[in-house]
Design a protein around this ligand. Sequence first.
Ligand code: HEC
Ligand code: HEC
Length: 168
Amino acid sequence: MKPLILLAALASVVLAASYDKKGVAVATDKLYVKECGSCHFAYQPGLLPSNSWQKMMSNLENHFGSDASLAKEDFDYISKYLNKNSAEKFMNYKRSSRVVNSLREGEIPDSISKTPYMIEKHKDIRENLITQEEVKGIFNCTACHTTVQKGIYSERDIMIPNYGRWED
Ligand code: HEC
Ligand code: HEC
C-alpha cells in the first residue's frame, strides 16, 4: 500500500473509534417523553445499550418497585424507539460511546447508574450528598446536572444541593 493510502486508512479507523458530538442525543419523541418522563425526567435512550432497554421493557410491571406498564400499542412504539436510539447506535456522541466502551463482554446493566462508566464517574462523591433528601440517589441526574435537558453532563454544569459547584 502507498504511504498516503495507508495514512488515510489509519485516519478513518481513528475517526470511527472516536466521537464528534458532546453529551448525548436529546430525547425528543413526544410519546416517549410523556410516558417515560412522568415519574422522572425522560432518560436519554443513548445512555444505555439496546439489550439493557429490552431487559427493562420486559419487566415494566415491576419497574424499580413501580408499575410502569403500558398499553400494547405504546409499548411496541416505545420499545422500537429505544432500540433505534440506544447508545451503540450513537457512538458519535461522547456519553453514548463512553457508556458502551465501559461495558464488559456480555454485560447487560439494569440501569444507567449501574454502567461501569457511571459508577466510575460518581465514585468520589460523598455518600451523604447522594442519599440526602434533595437527591436520594444517582438515578436522580437532574438533581445535580443542571443541563440534562440539553443532553449535557459536563463537569462545569454540576451543582450539588447543599454543596454547590463540583470541584475536584
Ligand atoms: C410509575 C412511575 C414510573 C414510570 C411511568 C416510569 N418509571 Fe422509570 N423509574 C421509576 C422509579 C421509581 C425508578 C427508580 C429511581 C427513581 O426513584 O426515580 C425508575 C428508574 C428508571 C431508570 C434507571 C435510572 C438509573 O438509576 O439509571 C430508567 C433508565 C428508567 N426508569 C426508564 C424508564 C422508561 C424507559 C420508562 C417508560 C417505559 C419509565 N422509566 C417509566 C418510575 C417510573
Ligand atoms: C449527587 C449528584 C449527582 C447525581 C445525582 C448524578 N451525578 Fe453525574 N456527576 C456528578 C459529579 C459530581 C460528577 C463529576 C465527578 C468527577 O469528575 O469527579 C459527575 C459526572 C458525571 C459524568 C461525567 C462528566 C464529565 O465531564 O466527565 C456523566 C456523564 C454523568 N455524571 C452523568 C450522570 C447521569 C446520567 C446521572 C443520572 C443517572 C447522574 N450523572 C447523576 C454528580 C451527580
